[in-house]
Design a protein around this ligand. Structure first.
Ligand code: IMP
Ligand code: MG
Length: 173
């Protein structure tokens, strides 16, 4: 596979995260908000989105593995790193890079709901349209994109290309 055309530019990402940040700021005004990013892919969204939220948020990370080393979902989710923080009674916003089948977040949501947060919502930069295999309520969506495999801005292929500043499509060579 090789890198194809740019799907979302760094300017588009920046503008959209500014809008989502403003929305989140309004929605969580006066609340105790904990942002939880899912490593590794969401590290860049977390860094940029957090800076657009004008509230004293806390930040934590989880690491899960759903793909192993393939470009198709297995449906099997493993927690590689759990939260450092207790979330009971707190407002939790999961920050994701991309939702494909939705299986990872479905698992994560159930896992965190058991810990009785005051609220639990999802923000994702990218949502692949119409291919979710489980119903998933996503409160904040950056961009809906076609169901192609994409890389960049945190998203990898075999661990590489996360550092591209934009999102690009992978194509067969
Ligand atoms: P899901 O469980 O199928 O929704 O997949 C979620 C995870 O798979 C994401 O957090 C990404 O880490 C990874 N993923 C899904 N689609 C892509 C893609 O197009 N490029 C890179 N990683 C992806
Ligand atoms: Mg990944």
């Amino acid at each position: 596979m090789k890198i194809g055309s740019v799907l979302v530019t760094r300017e588009q990402i920046s503008t959209r995260l500014g809008e989502l940040g403003a929305e989140i700021t309004r929605d969580y005004e006066g609340k105790d908000l904990l942002l939880v990013a899912v490593l590794k892919g969401a590290f860049m969204v977390m860094a940029d989105l957090a800076r657009e939220i004008r509230l004293p948020v806390d930040i934590d990370f989880m690491a899960v593995s759903s793909y192993g080393h393939a470009t198709q979902t297995s449906g099997v989710v493993r927690i590689l790193k759990d939260l450092d923080t207790e979330i009971a009674g707190r407002h939790v916003l999961i920050v994701e890079d991309i939702i494909d089948s939705g299986l990872t977040l479905d698992y994560l949501r159930r896992n965190l709901e058991v810990r009785a947060p005051a609220s639990l919502e999802i923000a994702t930069l990218l949502l692949k349209s119409g291919i979710q295999r489980v119903p998933l309520e996503v409160r904040y969506v950056g961009f809906e994109i076609p169901p192609d495999f994409v890389i960049g801005y945190g998203l990898d292929l075999y661990g590489k290309m996360r550092n591209l500043p934009h999102v690009a499509v992978m194509v067969e060579d």
